[in-house]
Design a protein around this ligand. Structure first.
Ligand code: G5P
Ligand code: MG
Length: 217
């Protein structure tokens, strides 16, 4: 493995439910790197009812973004705990302010952007089930759990996300279009953005490995 791969700092971008979690879990398994998902971490705080969890719950449930000053401090602190390891960041940054703040402390090496049509996304979220403690994600149509309603590894309960209700999904897609799209431009200008288009994660995955294999060989 090259020195760059050993300390690779990568981002995965994409609209809500475009498959960031799904593709990330495959990347993490194949290349043995750390997955840092802002959404999973926030949901964990909400579940544990920490003070941060109480502060952010309303934003997540309504499909709105948590304010930058909260997110930047939280995620930069979280990245401190994966220092010295290669990592893949999922869900952060989502505003240009967050991208600029991250760039100052941790300039990233590669940015993967998943491009999936909105009509495909709206269809998917209806059937999404998650295991909150691990962030493992299932879909009744695509990767159903072995036992309905139970996590494959732990047998614990799966839940549906409050922000997967149709009105919250609509809000998330609107916010993505107006606020998060400019983040793509930010990384395009840095010359480190790579786009992967497809209607399914199985269609996107071979394109991702074709891109990452040379980096990790
Ligand atoms: P999150 O958690 O970052 P989103 O909205 O960006 O949430 P999400 O919903 O987690 O992204 P994803 O990870 O891109 O989606 O997609 P996924 O979970 O892998 O796949 C979606 C579903 O489709 C799953 O059921 C999966 O099994 C299925 N699937 C995947 N591929 C296929 C396929 O090929 N076919 C089919 N049929 N199904 C498939 O952020 C949540 C909230 O946290 C806050 C915000 O409130 C945000 O709304 N937040 C932040 N706020 C401010 N700044 C930040 N940086 C923030 N980060 C989080
Ligand atoms: Mg996700």
């Amino acid at each position: 493995m090259t020195v760059k791969a050993k300390l690779l700092k990568a981002l995965i971008l994409g609209a809500p439910a475009s498959g960031k979690g799904t593709i990330s879990s495959r990347i993490v398994k194949k290349y043995n790197i750390e997955h840092v998902s802002s959404g999973d971490k926030l949901r964990d705080h909400i579940e544990k009812q920490t003070s941060l969890g109480k502060e952010v719950k309303k934003y997540l449930n309504e499909g709105k973004l948590v304010p930058d000053q909260v997110m930047i401090k939280f995620m930069i602190n979280e990245l401190g705990s994966v220092q010295g390891k290669p990592w893949l960041l999922d869900g952060f940054p989502r505003t240009v302010g967050q991208a600029e703040a991250l760039w100052k402390v941790q300039p990233v090496d590669v940015v993967l952007n998943l491009v999936v049509p909105f009509e495909v996304i709206i269809d998917r979220v209806k059937n999404r089930w998650v295991h909150l403690p691990s962030g493992r994600v299932y879909n009744i149509d695509f990767n159903a759990p072995k036992v309905a309603g139970k996590d494959d590894d732990t047998g614990e309960e799966l839940v549906q996300r409050p922000d997967d209700k149709p009105e919250a999904v609509q809000k998330r897609l609107e916010i993505y279009d107006s606020i998060t799209r400019p983040v793509i431009e930010f990384y395009k200008k840095k010359g480190i953005l790579k786009e992967f288009e497809g209607r399914t994660s199985d269609e996107i995955w071979p394109k991702v490995t074709a891109y990452l294999d040379p980096i990790f060989k």
